[in-house]
Design a protein around this ligand. Structure first.
Ligand SMILES: [Zn+2]
Ligand SMILES: [Zn+2]
Length: 337
């Protein structure tokens, strides 16, 4: 089968490899669509220490089951499925205490083991979710990023009426925007430097869009909210600059979700006094421990509409261009291997 292989940073080859064999408890899935994620770019650039090279990346995927191993009863060939890439051990302290995303034995399809930028992928059936009726396989490929957003969003515990700021209007920011609008937020402000993305944020329901390279965000937000800041902010960009921007817009007692993936080497300078005096809460969020079902419900009901987020559908041959950020006006790029 054809697959995209990263042997070392900044090197991706399209190679011919054997179709993986199926062990008991596993299924072989013919990949229909696999989304390109910021994580894939970090892996390509050698900035994801968690990744294990050489690697076939790709962790946001959907497809059709073509073969199942022994001891499999819940899934059968021809089932349309999406894949939760994050495989946890089930026996460690974290897995047993309801925090399995913190499992020290975590493996992830497309990060530590072969992923979806290939014609076929093999996965334990515990990782497969049947695609609800009416949902396309293209949309189902978003189940993983939506589930990660649901996890972060839940941790941020937005209260009805909270005004919310989202920094970054890439696919993740635009998913968070829809969650905020659907989950009872008051006003939702989206900050983004790319004007095309800002326009899409407006179309998807943002009450105010701001380009922080042209306006002082904290002033614009307070002007819009009659003098106050936001109760909750989500960094969907990654890195210290967006986090500073978010902090500058928070109300006293506000909460900040660190969702965007920063480079592992980034540092962030904050004033402890500021946290103390304004009683701010900073919340981390990592992957999607129990949210795949909810994500599929949100997608199937249309509460989260990901169709407008698909900017490109490409073949494996164009994947390296995508990872080099060379595709113009990219939002979510889907690869069809
Ligand atoms: Zn991802
Ligand atoms: Zn574990």
């Amino acid at each position: 089968m054809k697959a995209a292989l990263i042997r070392r940073p900044y090197s991706l080859d399209i190679v011919d490899v054997d179709v993986p064999s199926v062990k008991p408890g596993e299924a072989l899935v013919k990949v229909h669509a696999c989304g390109v994620c910021g994580t894939d770019i970090h892996i390509y650039e050698g900035a994801m220490p968690w990744a294990r090279l050489p690697l076939i990346p790709g962790h946001e995927l959907s497809g059709v089951v073509v073969e199942v191993g022994e001891a499999v009863s819940n899934i059968e060939p021809e089932d349309k499925v999406t894949v939760d890439p994050n495989i946890t051990c089930g026996v460690c302290r974290y897995c047993r205490r309801g925090r399995r995303n913190l499992c020290p034995n975590l493996e992830a399809i497309g990060v530590t083991t072969s992923g979806g930028f290939a014609e076929y992928v093999v996965a334990p059936v515990s990782q497969l979710y049947k695609v609800p009726k009416g949902l396309s396989l293209e949309e189902a490929a978003f189940a993983e990023p939506v589930s990660c957003c649901v996890h972060g969003f839940t941790r941020l515990s937005i209260q009805p009426g909270d005004d919310v700021l989202i920094i970054g209007a890439g696919p993740i920011g635009l998913i968070h925007l829809q969650l905020a609008k659907r989950c009872g937020a008051g006003k939702v402000v989206v900050a983004e430097v790319n004007e095309k993305r800002l326009k899409l944020a407006s179309e998807l329901g943002a009450d105010l869009t701001v380009n922080p390279s042209e306006e002082r965000l904290s002033e614009r937000v307070r002007q819009f909210l009659s003098g106050k800041g936001v109760e909750a902010a989500i960094d969907a960009a990654g890195g210290s600059a967006p986090l500073d921007l978010a902090l500058s817009c928070l109300e006293p007692g506000g909460r900040l979700l660190v969702f965007g993936v920063a480079s592992e080497k980034d540092l962030w300078k904050i004033k402890p006094y500021d946290l103390y005096k304004r009683e701010l809460t900073i919340i981390g969020s990592f992957i999607n421990p129990y949210e795949m079902d909810n994500a599929l419900n949100l997608l199937a009901s249309g509460a989260v509409d990901v169709k407008p987020l698909i900017s490109h559908v490409i073949g494996l041959d164009s994947l390296e261009k995508a990872l080099k950020r060379e595709l113009p006006n990219a939002l979510k790029i889907l690869v069809k291997p």
